[in-house]
Design a protein around this ligand. Structure first.
Ligand SMILES: [Zn+2]
Length: 144
């Protein structure tokens, strides 16, 4: 807890950016949790619980699924378009399966912090949920 609190509370857009780049949605600290843990600990700077309540990461899994399947669709369409008329179906399926597994594993930590940021916008911080230096009342002043 050596960091100083931000003078101005972060905007919702900034929180979203922090979440999308793997940072804490409250204070912006980078790498707040081990990448592969399902139930993250608390942020070491602001004490924000990465999993705010039980089952919290269903949303993170949903984001990860949407991104992974969206990327898979783009890769499949591009692959088919580029290899016509002799489409190597077997190689495309194997390559796409490897791509999808690697992408979903690599994106999972980001999906957790991104979901935390989205959740924080929908369900504002409550008093006592984070370090008092990051006063929740400062964070919910309709900053956009
Ligand atoms: Zn934090």
């Amino acid at each position: 807890m050596s960091a100083t609190p931000s003078v101005n509370p972060p905007s919702k857009l900034k929180r979203f950016f922090w979440g999308a780049t793997g940072r804490c949605a409250v204070c912006g600290k980078f790498r707040i949790t081990a990448p592969w843990k399902l139930d993250g600990p608390r942020c070491s700077r602001c004490d924000f619980a990465i999993e705010r309540k039980e089952g919290h990461f269903i949303g993170a899994v949903g984001i990860n699924t949407i991104v992974t399947f969206g990327a898979m669709l783009i890769v499949m369409v591009a692959s088919v378009a580029l290899t016509q008329p002799d489409i190597p179906v077997g190689r495309l399926l194997i390559g796409n399966a490897i791509f999808v597994i690697a992408l979903s594993a690599a994106f999972f930590p980001i999906s957790k912090t991104l979901w935390s940021a989205i959740d924080l916008v929908m369900i504002p911080l409550e008093p006592g949920e984070v370090d008092p230096r990051f006063d929740p009342s400062e964070y919910d002043a309709d900053a956009v």
